[in-house]
Design a protein around this ligand. Structure first.
Ligand SMILES: NC(=O)c1ccc[n+]([C@@H]2O[C@H](COP(=O)([O-])OP(=O)(O)OC[C@H]3O[C@@H](n4cnc5c(N)ncnc54)[C@H](O)[C@@H]3O)[C@@H](O)[C@H]2O)c1
Length: 197
């Protein structure tokens, strides 16, 4: 059992959080959208995805999965328990056609402000090559005092409509990091899925 925080409970974040909880981990999933958190708190999921509601219910009832607001207080509470933090926020296409990284930046800044011990930060949002270093720089520059961390890229390939099956039966898991040990730890989290890598 590992302790995981997931930032963003959209499609990718909710499936990721629920699936890691179902694998036996303790997961806290946070979002800046209070309506989504209220809805999840009352037992309903804000997206339609076959099979997901049942897995959410099972893991909430087993107290492996919980939800909260991604303000500084909520993040500090969640990260106090966490070993891993997944960034799963949106990266909408900007006017120039490039991914708009403002939400990834905001998530990285909040992690930096609220972390109190070393963490492995995993980026699942769809970002351009090289964004791992960019996230690492934001975290380093936004920390009030230096605390160790590693950044691992783990891009998501799930498809809406078959997201639960795609998570549990992946055809591949891609990991990238300049920190071999951190990448190995993230690989361990996925080990029971027995995916090719
Ligand atoms: N949906 C898919 O099928 C799919 C598949 C593969 C990859 N992706 C990628 O995964 C990422 C997430 O996609 P999605 O479809 O889950 O997006 P989404 O828009 O459904 O959800 C993103 C969530 O992040 C929250 N958020 C934004 N800023 C935040 C912050 N600072 N702190 C906490 N929460 C914050 C939003 O409120 C929202 O609930 C994107 O980069 C997307 O391109 C999506």
């Amino acid at each position: 059992m590992r302790n995981i925080t997931v930032i963003g409970v959209g499609y990718v974040g909710l499936v990721t959080a629920t699936a890691f909880a179902d694998l036996g981990n303790r997961v806290m999933a946070l979002d800046v959208n209070p309506q989504k958190i209220t809805m999840l708190g009352s037992g309903k999921i804000p997206i339609y995805e076959p099979g997901l509601q049942e897995v959410v219910d099972r893991n909430v009832n087993a107290q492996r999965l919980s939800f909260g607001l991604a303000n500084d207080e909520g993040m500090r509470n969640a990260l106090r328990q966490a070993e891993f933090v997944f960034i799963c926020v949106g990266t909408p296409q900007g006017v120039d056609g490039e991914a708009d990284l403002q939400y990834v930046r905001a998530a990285a800044e909040t992690i930096a402000r609220t972390m109190e011990h070393p963490l492995i930060i995993i980026n699942k949002s769809t970002v351009p090559v090289g964004t791992g270093d960019w996230v690492a720089n934001i975290v380093r520059e936004s920390q009030p005092h230096p605390i160790d961390f590693s950044v691992v890229s783990c891009p998501e390939f799930l498809r809406e409509g078959s997201a639960v099956r795609d998570f549990f039966q992946p055809d591949r898991i891609v990991l990238g990091s300049t920190d071999r040990r951190a990448a190995d730890e993230v690989a361990q989290l996925h080990l029971s899925l027995r995916a090719p890598s």
